[in-house]
Design a protein around this ligand. Structure first.
Ligand code: ZN
Length: 61
């Protein structure tokens, strides 16, 4: 977790958010800015600077 990252703070419940979905790896919540009605942000629960730096969590075939 990064204390400078608002997404990490939302995941850790240090910042309030309207949660839509949550599992062990992912959190989805309503975007407060709502560029479009119903806009939802989906974030990983681990902090990474770029999404392509996420560890693979998919089962390997
Ligand atoms: Zn983060």
């Amino acid at each position: 977790m990064s204390t400078d990252c608002v997404f990490c703070r939302i995941v850790e419940r240090q910042v309030e958010a309207s949660r839509v979905y949550e599992d062990d790896a992912t959190l989805a919540f309503i975007d407060l800015r709502q560029p479009n009605p119903g806009h939802v942000l989906v974030v990983p629960k681990v902090h990474v600077p770029m999404l392509d730096q996420l560890p693979s969590m998919l089962p390997r075939a």
